[in-house]
Design a protein around this ligand. Structure first.
Ligand SMILES: [Zn+2]
Length: 404
């Protein structure tokens, strides 16, 4: 079969299975499950891939809701699509991860149908817990992505969403979650407060210290937190209080420098109150993102080919974080953005919940999936493109490692 016929095969396969693929995405949307609880969502995604001919392994890297669905042979390039499906607590699919799942599933189904007579492997990875915990970090640390040659994904966005094709676009902030807890001494807040040690004061002083630090951090840094526990009753001196913070910066070095400053602020709060500090990292850090621009441009060419219009990419300071950052140190990666709404809107909101099941949302997700499938076929067909991708990857990764 000619390569043009195989490309058409891939597009036809996506169209042929569009209704059942969309139904899976709608199911995930209608049954929002938060990080590590995506049992029904991950099963729905894995089930359809199994039904459509993939070998599926569930519960990989010690994560019950992670899966690997693979097809093809080991004597050629191994191209991966990363699916996410976790929702936001209280919001539902306000980040559109049901569409991320759909784009990866559809791209996998399309690319697989073009494998006949070729040497190569297509894998759809189910990567849980992007919004919290960082499932991809755990999967990466377990070596799940070690044999992958290139990884692609698509994240919904608003009308300004683009494919990160130019240096300085597609960046992400390194991010560490920090739990800060204080243990004190309970006492009657009116009868004998002088016998109490106020754990909540430890938290409040930590917030004030971090607020003071904010004047003295570089513009790429983000420090933000919530009080998780602040006591049970106003007439009891709280003997336990807990806060959770995210510390983010453009580089891992600066992020860890700030984590140490936050630690010293909390130590100061412990000294002031007499409470005992417990400072811990409940989840692994996510790293800055190394977007592979050779891969991004290969994908963008196909985004143009399928007729999905996107604004031009430009270099821009990172403003979010993703667990894909860690993966991007192991595998040449691109996560393109694409619009699911016709205007600019706030993210993690009801607007996104609605857009994530709109006709525009589904339509553009299928287009970006087709572009990813065609790109996988290009990479399997053209070893020289993959070589260029790997050369860029090694140089960029070594530069980042030297700078951290
Ligand atoms: Zn997201």
């Amino acid at each position: 079969m000619t390569s043009e016929a195989q490309r058409q095969n891939a597009l036809d396969a996506i169209d042929r299975h569009a209704a059942e693929l969309r139904a899976v995405s709608q199911f995930i949307h209608d049954h929002p499950e938060i990080a590590l609880e995506e049992v029904e969502s991950s099963n729905a995604a894995a089930d359809i891939l199994e039904k459509l001919g993939f070998d599926v392994e569930r519960g990989i890297a010690g994560l019950g809701t992670a899966f690997r669905a693979t097809a093809g042979s080991d004597d050629g390039p191994h191209i991966a699509f990363l699916a996410e499906y976790d929702a936001l607590p209280g919001v539902g699919h306000g980040c559109g991860h049901n569409l991320i799942a759909l784009s990866a599933l559809a791209a996998g189904v399309g690319a697989r149908s073009a494998l006949e007579g070729r040497h190569g492997r297509i894998t759809v990875f189910g990567t849980p817990a992007e919004e919290a915990v960082g499932g991809k970090v755990i999967m990466k640390d377990a070596g799940i992505f070690d044999d992958v040659d290139a990884a692609m994904g698509a994240h919904p966005g608003d009308a300004e969403a683009w494919c990160p094709t130019v240096p300085g676009s597609g960046e992400a902030l390194a991010c560490q979650g920090v739990t800060i807890a204080f243990r004190g001494q309970a006492a009657h807040a009116a009868a004998d407060p002088f016998n109490g040690i106020n754990a909540l004061d430890g938290i409040i002083l930590t917030f004030n210290g971090i607020n003071a630090l904010r004047q003295h951090v570089k513009s790429d840094a983000r420090l933000h937190g919530i009080i998780v526990k602040g006591g049970d009753a106003a007439n009891v001196i709280p003997d336990y209080a807990e806060a959770f913070f995210f510390v983010r910066a453009a580089t891992q070095t600066y992020m860890y420098e700030l984590v140490e400053k936050v630690r010293r602020i909390a130590e100061g709060a412990a000294l002031m109150t007499g409470a005992t500090l417990e400072f811990s990292f409940p989840e692994p850090a996510s790293w800055d993102m190394i977007t592979n621009y050779t891969l991004a441009n290969a994908l963008k060419a196909n985004i143009d080919r399928v007729g999905l219009a996107l604004p031009e990419a430009k270099a821009q300071e990172a403003n979010g974080s993703t667990d894909w950052g860690n993966v991007s140190y192991t595998v040449p990666s691109v996560e393109t953005a694409y619009p699911i709404i016709n205007r600019v809107c706030t993210w993690h909101s009801q607007d996104v919940v609605d857009a994530a099941e709109s006709e525009l949302g589904y339509g553009n997700t299928f287009l970006v999936a087709k572009a990813m499938a065609l790109t996988a076929i290009d990479l399997i067909e053209n070893p020289e493109t993959l070589t260029a991708i790997k050369t860029e990857f090694t140089e960029a990764r070594d530069r980042r490692i030297a700078a951290r």
